[in-house]
Design a protein around this ligand. Structure first.
Ligand SMILES: [Zn+2]
Length: 351
């Protein structure tokens, strides 16, 4: 056992470029890692057969799925293609309590509700404030993230975010990221991510802000907003094209697309408004059935119709399911302390 933890090649590296150590992670790892978790090749957890070795989550800020119908396949060809090629629903839900960016994204990567007093992550603000400094401080209890779980198991992670407030995550889980790129220009950010695909890395989280920015300036579902969705679709298309152009990546990568919230009219902040709390959840990758409805694949989850279910009773598919869907795709345990899909029973493969 070495004192500094080194990255193991694990599966991604073999899928992409043979045995490559992910650089930059041999720094001292603080903290809450279990003693003795140092992985050897033989003890590394194995993903289930057919599991991916690369996962990319794309969150399109303020993506109201109604935009897809208005734009049609010609206006949003990538998103339509991902739906055709994968399993999806346009009727997933946000967190129950709030429909704003930072609280909902923090739910995605922790698998927790928002309300701290009932075990949530406690991030209720949506700006660049530096206090509370961390998610732990916001929650009043320790909050583990998806990134931390992957990191503990030797998997490389990267965050590509287009709003500076995401630096909260870096402060909260400072050793869990191999790369953090916060670039407001969405086109540049996408180029950075595509360039990064050459680096063996298990997980990437990409946040694209353009629809939200256009929505706040001109109204959600307005013409400029729809134009931003169209533009985001084109950018996403470049990511998909980069994956598909590389046979190794294509057969090893699961791409999922969701949103922090929707929006209609001047704002998206009322959590009781359908257009705000309904979000898409689209998964495409090897083994994921084509053209499938996620609710058909998951009878234990309930399509909520137009309702806004609480966390009690049968659950809709939520954007907060991202965390444990990702851990389960890699064959890893659920995020400690998480609630959403904590049983890791959200299925994206056929039976
Ligand atoms: Zn917003």
């Amino acid at each position: 056992m070495t004192t500094a933890r080194t990255r193991r090649p694990f599966a991604l590296a073999t899928a992409v470029a043979g045995l490559v150590l992910v650089a930059g992670a041999a720094c001292a790892q603080a903290t809450d890692h279990d003693p003795g978790i140092e992985l050897s090749a033989s003890s590394a957890p194995r993903a289930a057969a057919g599991s991916p070795t690369s996962v990319i989550t794309v969150s399109i800020d303020a993506f109201n799925p109604r935009a897809l119908r208005l734009l049609g396949p010609s206006g949003a060809p990538t998103l339509h293609r991902l739906i055709d090629q994968g399993a999806s629903t346009l009727n997933a839900r946000t967190e129950y309590e709030m429909t704003v960016t930072l609280p909902n994204h923090t739910g995605m990567v922790t698998g927790r509700r928002i309300e701290a007093s009932s075990g949530g992550h406690g991030v209720t603000w949506n700006d660049d404030r530096l206090s509370p400094t961390t998610v732990d401080a916001a929650a009043g209890h320790h909050v583990v993230s998806l990134f931390s779980v992957l990191d503990e198991h030797g998997l490389g992670t990267a965050l590509f975010a287009s709003k500076t407030k995401f630096s909260l995550w870096q402060r909260s889980w400072p050793t869990a990221f191999d790369k953090v790129d916060i670039t407001e220009g969405n086109g540049s950010l996408v180029r950075h991510l595509i360039a990064d695909l050459a680096t063996p890395r298990s997980y990437r989280f990409l946040h694209l802000s353009a629809p939200d920015v256009a929505g706040h300036a001109h109204g959600f579902m307005s013409k400029p907003y729809l134009k931003a969705i169209r533009q985001t679709d084109r950018r996403l298309g470049k990511v998909v094209a980069a994956i598909d152009a590389d046979p190794a990546l294509r057969k090893s990568t699961v791409l999922m697309v969701t949103a922090d919230h929707g929006g209609k009219g001047a704002s998206h902040e009322m959590p009781t408004v359908f257009a705000n709390y309904r979000v898409p959840f689209i998964v495409r990758g090897p083994g994921v059935p084509t053209g499938a409805d996620l609710y058909d694949l998951n009878p234990t989850y309930r399509d909520p119709g137009r309702s806004r279910p609480t966390y009690a009773g049968p659950q809709p598919i939520r954007n907060g399911d991202v965390a444990n869907l990702v851990t389960s795709l890699f064959g890893l345990p659920s995020v400690s302390g998480s609630e959403l899909d904590a049983a890791q029973d959200l299925r994206v493969y056929g039976s």
